[in-house]
Write a protein that binds this ligand. Structure first.
Ligand code: FAD
Ligand code: PHB
Length: 403
């Protein structure tokens, strides 16, 4: 017989979606158990996203996990688009009425959240094995797992599938329920983390005939840099010097700007895809974050979108436990998908504008340059980029969700 635990919400995955959900629920007096198959160290050291929208920063502050973010986060009020060797600044502050973004690594967000969960007695179980979900369509769904060889079962009212793209929750939904929408891109990003002071105060997105490049950062001492590469690129084929050489070429500017270099601490290749499942719920199982959708990283949206999903889910669960009403939960998927598709559109647009496609024609390249010229010379176009980049306002009203 398995060891049985009872909770209100069983959460699979201790990434940003799972941990934010667990802490938001705790702040509203709702119990949860989070099950994560990796170690805490692995999750907290994994190099991933770094750009937080204002909505995300505000939420983390309201949740009481924003102290270090306030101290160490780098607030930016613009980005540069670089093409034809010229830089063009998109001024977020001026175009959005004062908004900006904050550079703070996903791994640091996770450290802050884990510390807050532990300080408030939260149950986050790392290194669990063979997680499976059952009876999602009943009022008593169950999660089974093994921990240190023991069979365990969490009995709950709801399950949140926050287990990322290579997940078990989404594939556990019976065939025929979900519709998948997908686009794979014919390129990837080769990313490095380098001990080098960032060569720019703000992010630089560069379009170059050799392919896209991005200059980002993690702190005043650490740069995060990317180059477009083949989707199946083997990182071992690239020496550090080759990577720096490619970065220097693609980021070069006529103004005599120099790229600061330093020891490479970490490097890897990330694939690029757009993916959405509809609906994002089945019975009492709710999918959130990467388990329901993936965006290519060019819009810096993956982490922010995951956090918005669970913000919407938490409000539905709060309504259920405070008032016994399922209205918000029943419309969870519709409310999320309105935003998800807008963010998909933006991420696809940024990706299409800034990357070289293997089969592109001279016409396509001229069109991309015209688009960049337009975005950086028309206030209307720049404003569209800016309002999407800093984050669209959170609309979780039921009115657009068939209500
Ligand atoms: P995740 O962060 O993936 O968290 C899911 C968690 O579930 C993980 O901790 C995983 O270990 C756990 N899990 C998985 N399966 C199981 C299971 N069977 N049982 C229990 N636990 C399980 N976004 C950007 O905006 N910019 C970037 O530069 C960027 N870089 C990225 C690089 C990589 C390699 C990847 C994979 C993603 C990147 N993203 C980036 C996207 C961004 O990091 C994600 O959108 C974000 O992490 C989504 O959060 P999440 O909580 O939904 O999923
Ligand atoms: C990052 O800093 O890792 C980063 C920044 C902007 C992006 C993607 C990734 O669009």
């Amino acid at each position: 017989m398995p060891t049985v635990q009872r909770t209100q919400v069983g959460i699979v995955g201790a990434g940003p979606a799972g941990l934010v959900l667990s802490h938001l629920l705790h702040l509203h007096g709702i119990e949860s158990i989070v099950l994560e198959n990796r170690s805490r160290h692995y999750v907290e050291e994994r190099v991933r996203a770094g750009v937080l929208e204002q909505n995300t920063v505000d939420l983390l502050n309201q949740m009481g996990v924003g102290d270090r973010l306030k101290r160490e986060g780098l607030v930016h009020h613009g980005v540069e688009l670089r093409f034809n060797g010229q830089g063009h600044r998109i001024d977020f502050r001026e175009l959005t009425g004062g908004k900006g973004i904050t550079i703070y690594a996903q791994a640091e967000v996770l450290k802050d959240l884990n510390n807050a969960r532990i300080a408030t007695g939260g149950q986050v179980l790392f290194e669990v094995e063979d997680v499976s979900v059952h009876e999602m369509n009943s009022s008593r769904p169950k999660i089974r797992y093994r921990k240190d060889g023991d069979e365990c079962e969490v009995q709950c009212d709801f399950i949140a599938g926050c287990d990322g793209f290579h997940a078990i929750c989404r594939p556990s939904i019976p065939a025929g329920v979900l519709t998948e929408y997908e686009r794979a891109y014919p390129f990837g990003w080769l990313g490095i983390l380098a001990e080098a002071p960032p060569s720019s105060d703000e992010l630089i997105y560069a379009y170059h005939e050799r392919g896209f490049a991005l200059l980002s950062m993690r702190s005043p001492h650490i740069s995060r840099l990317y180059i477009q590469c083949k989707p199946d690129e083997d990182i071992n084929d690239w020496s550090d010097e080759q990577i720096w050489c490619e970065l220097r070429t693609r980021l070069a500017s006529a103004s005599g700007w120099n790229l600061t270099e330093g020891p490479v601490q970490q490097k890897g290749v990330t694939g690029m895809r757009s993916f959405v499942v509809e609906p994002m719920q089945y019975g009492n199982l709710f999918l959130a974050g990467d388990s329901a959708h993936i965006v290519p990283p060019t819009g810096a949206k993956g982490l922010n979108l995951a956090i918005t999903d669970v913000q919407i889910l938490a409000r539905g669960l709060e309504q259920y436990y405070a008032k016994g009403k399922r209205e918000r939960l029943d419309h969870y998927s519709e409310i999320c998908l309105r935003r998800v598709w807008k963010v998909q559109r933006f991420s696809w647009w940024m990706t299409s504008m800034l990357h070289r496609f293997p089969d592109d024609s001279p016409f396509d390249r001229r069109r991309q340059l015209a688009e960049l010229d337009y975005v950086t010379s028309s206030r209307a176009a720049a404003k569209t980029l800016a309002e999407n980049y800093v984050g669209l306002p959170l609309d979780d009203s039921l009115s657009g969700a068939g209500k």
